[in-house]
Design a binder for this molecule. Structure first.
Ligand code: SF4
Ligand code: ZN
Length: 309
């Protein structure tokens, strides 16, 4: 099949647009879309020092490649990478190696922080200990809270002005639906390409340059641009609530192409109103660790306390 725009052989059929794309047109359209996300949401500003959260997976390394390419000639902008080693046996090690090698190749400095160093226990052990107290405990609950905090702390220590995370369109659609199903609008207020509701010096604004690119297209982009990718899945992923939401949205997308875009676009129209509703949320200080929280004690401290850490 030929590209819908030129005579070259197509490598991809973009079902939701009914377009065949050759390698060049596909790559260009993905980059254009990411640039548009950055431009329309002012994700990158003068003198930014961007911490790029990477895992070794396709999304984060594609984001690193793209941000490196985009900011290379900008003297006022610098980027560096942060990898969080959660301590998941047989999963993180491979991604870590891929990430280290790729950062070396691009000449980008990489900082590695681990749950074990920071919290005194790898995630695998946390889950074992957590299950002794509560059998229904899910790995992602611990992982999400601890990783978010460690990423923010590390970025802040290294004086980053932005923290880039590799969320793609699928991730964003899943977060929107998961929050809707749980009825958690406060959490929805933190979504969007620039994820910050209330300004607080202690919280580094999180930016999502790949938010408008479907997961499948990020994977193809990585392959076509020789970005090394670790395709291994976290062993805990299937037990997560997000996994069921992901299945549901993927089934809908198969039957009704464009579903993921519709979910995100509709949400974007409501986002200013949702953000406004929570704009007066007071960010306080955790009595225990002095980190920002909306409650007396932050989630990290609550979970650490449960584990006796
Ligand atoms: Fe962590 Fe859950 Fe993601 Fe695994 S699937 S890396 S446990 S958040
Ligand atoms: Zn705390």
């Amino acid at each position: 099949m030929k590209c819908s725009r030129c005579e070259k052989k197509a490598v991809y059929y973009r079902k939701y647009e009914g377009q065949w794309q050759c390698r060049n047109h596909f790559t260009r359209s993905v980059e254009q879309r990411a640039r548009k996300t950055i431009r329309t949401n002012s994700l990158i500003e003068h003198d930014d020092r961007i911490a790029v959260g990477i895992s070794g997976g396709k999304d984060s390394l594609t984001m690193l490649y793209f941000l490196d390419k985009l900011t290379k000639r900008r003297k006022d902008i610098s980027i560096f990478a942060i990898l969080i080693d959660e301590g998941i046996k047989g999963y993180r090690a491979h991604g870590k190696k891929t990430a280290i090698d790729y950062c070396k190749k691009l000449g980008i400095s990489l900082v590695i922080a681990s749950f074990e160093q920071e919290y005194g226990m790898p995630l695998d052990k946390m889950i074992k200990e957590g299950k002794k107290i509560d059998k229904t405990v899910r790995a992602c609950t611990y992982c999400g809270v601890f990783r978010r905090k460690l990423l923010n702390d590390t970025a802040r220590e290294l004086k980053a002005t932005k923290l880039a995370i590799g969320h793609n369109l699928d991730d964003e659609a899943q977060s929107i639906m998961a929050n809707n199903i749980r009825g958690d609008m406060q959490r929805s207020a933190r979504l969007g390409a620039k994820a910050l509701v209330v300004e607080d010096k202690r919280l580094i604004p999180r930016i999502k340059p790949l938010r408008d690119i479907p997961e499948k297209e990020v994977a193809l982009f990585a392959m076509l641009n020789n970005i090394p990718v670790d395709f291994s899945e976290c062993p805990y992923a299937e037990e997560s609530f997000r996994w069921s939401v992901r299945d549901m949205i993927n089934n809908l997308e198969d039957k009704y192409p464009g579903t993921k875009y519709s979910i995100v676009r509709t949400f974007d129209q409501m986002l200013p109103t949702i953000k406004k509703a929570f704009a007066n949320t007071k960010i306080g200080t955790c009595k225990n660790c002095k980190e920002p929280t909306a409650n007396n004690i932050c989630k990290t401290c609550i979970l650490l306390d449960k584990l006796g850490l």
